[in-house]
Ligand binder design. Structure first.
Ligand code: HEM
Length: 222
């Protein structure tokens, strides 16, 4: 079978992905270490990235769109049932199971960063340490969003572990190389496979600025 190298992941998706990893690590370490200024800054950055990725999922490159890679749950289960079979990788986006994992990760990241805005860190609730919007809501709301911030963290860590394990399983069991395309953008696929249409970097920059501005306005004027 003839194999060609095609570009599947645009630069915005790759930048999004690798900066997200850095920011998640920063948020975790700064939260554990009590470096709150850094913790809040990386939370804003995560919110911006997630918002950007949602916009890119509607207006971005063909294979980055939700409508392109979100298939039915049955298709996702069928995909998982084939996990132990070695086959030729023809995928130019997320596979049906991976697509749902992407949505789960984005939802958890959003819940984690958004709840943090309203959270407080003081068990006695004296507001000595709190998220930037904690004083704008009543105590009960801040308390429940603080509880959410702690609970979602566990699910997020679990989802990340599953995400990385799945990528390793695809490599070791099925022989599919997913990490290199996320690094270089390029993937080796059978020649018959069509390369996806990639959207412009300028559009990505515009949507990124829009996402950042929305986060800023929300925090400033809530
Ligand atoms: C060393 C750790 C990681 C590696 C090697 C890795 C690798 C990858 C790869 C290869 C993909 C594409 C999968 C596919 O082809 O369908 C992907 C997608 C994704 N990963 Fe990771 N990942 C890592 C950590 C993380 C972390 C910590 C997060 C944060 C929650 C994350 C969030 C995502 C998201 C949201 C996508 C979808 C990207 C998009 O469509 O824009 N990953 N990852």
């Amino acid at each position: 079978m003839e194999i060609s190298r095609i570009r599947i992941w645009d630069r915005p998706v790759r930048l999004f992905h690798w900066s997200l990893i850095l920011l998640v690590a920063t948020s975790y370490a700064s939260g554990k270490g009590g470096a709150w200024t850094l913790h809040y800054a990386s939370g804003y950055a995560i919110l911006t990235l997630v918002l950007f990725r949602i916009l890119w999922g509607f207006f971005g490159s063909e294979n980055a769109r939700f409508a392109h890679f979100l298939k039915s749950p049955v298709a996702a289960l069928r995909q998982l049932a084939r996990l132990t079979k070695r086959d030729v990788d023809r995928e130019t986006s997320h596979n049906p199971a991976g697509g749902w994992m992407v949505v789960a990760l984005l939802a958890l990241l959003f819940a984690q960063a958004f709840s943090g805005l309203f959270a407080n860190h003081d068990p006695g609730f004296s507001y000595s340490q709190h998220g930037p919007l904690a004083l704008k809501v009543d105590e009960a709301t801040s308390e429940s969003l603080s509880a959410l911030h702690l609970a979602v963290q566990r699910y997020l860590l679990l989802a990340i572990a599953l995400h990385v394990l799945a990528i390793m399983a695809y490599k070791l069991v099925k022989g599919h190389e997913l990490v290199m395309p996320m690094l270089t953008g390029e993937k080796l696929v059978p020649t018959a496979v069509r390369a996806p249409r990639l959207a412009s970097g300028r559009l990505a920059l515009g949507l990124f600025i829009l996402a950042g501005a929305s986060v800023f306005v929300f925090i400033r004027f809530f």
